[in-house]
Design a binder for this molecule. Structure first.
Ligand code: SF4
Length: 228
């Protein structure tokens, strides 16, 4: 039996125009256009799809994940599972050199800045990464409804899955037997750190489970075209 369709949301922004073959073509073009392009993932279900599409595109570069120190154990297990599955890609775990503390309670934006944004930006700068492939979709947030396939800035962001719906993602994962985050089935449509992430109900903004009570919906990685 298929997993519950948490994706049956009220956010319907039109037909899905991009299918897997189009996303594959985008990834392949990104690889040839931007040598040194890396994949970043937060291990949402779209991240599992992106890794599989990257593998099918013979991507042999870096796949980068930021371990903030506050991930759910299931997130870390999935990371290891995907690393063991896609052996031709280089899985790189980034961490801030901070001892675990309760900064997420007293100053969550600083916590994100230190533990999430800085490790990724430092890595991308140090390795002079020209472009980043990521798994954001338009349906993942009202704030992303105008997300384009390519965003130009100090570093190019390529979003091959922008037009995928949650149903598309679920079908792809199921058809190809790809591991994905187990908490998705419990309503965690957007995955983040345990202190700042909760489930959502069908019909709610998929990111409404993130940063509750903090007055924001983004950690900062994707804010501003001049970042990541
Ligand atoms: S999501 Fe929460 S715990 Fe994770 S880095 Fe940001 S503030 Fe800290």
């Amino acid at each position: 039996m298929r997993s519950p369709r948490y994706a049956r949301l009220s956010l319907d922004w039109g037909p899905t125009l991009i299918d897997a073959s189009a996303s594959l073509a985008i990834i392949q073009e990104a690889i040839s256009t931007y040598p040194g392009v890396v994949v970043t993932t937060g291990l949402n279900i779209s991240g599992s799809v992106l890794l599989d599409l990257a593998s099918r595109s013979d991507f042999a570069g870096a796949v980068v994940f930021v371990d903030t120190g506050y991930h759910f154990p299931q997130t870390l297990s999935l990371w290891e599972e995907l690393r063991d599955r896609y052996v031709t890609m280089h899985f790189i775990t980034l961490c801030a050199d901070n001892p675990p503390d309760t900064l997420y309670r007293s100053d969550p934006e600083l916590c994100c800045s230190l533990n999430k944004v800085a490790p990724l930006e430092d890595y991308l700068a140090e390795h002079r990464v020209p472009a980043v492939l990521n798994a954001r979709t338009r349906v993942s947030s009202p704030g992303r409804r105008d997300l384009r396939v390519v965003e130009h800035g100090s570093r190019v962001r390529i979003n091959p899955l922008v037009e995928w719906s949650y149903e598309d993602l679920e079908d792809y994962l199921e058809d190809r037997g790809i591991p994905y985050h187990p908490l998705y089935r419990e309503g965690y449509l957007s995955m983040g750190c345990w202190p700042c992430t909760g489930p959502v109900q069908p019909g709610q903004d998929p990111r409404s489970g993130r940063f509750k009570g903090q007055g924001r919906s983004e950690c900062g990685i994707w804010l501003g075209a001049d970042k990541a």
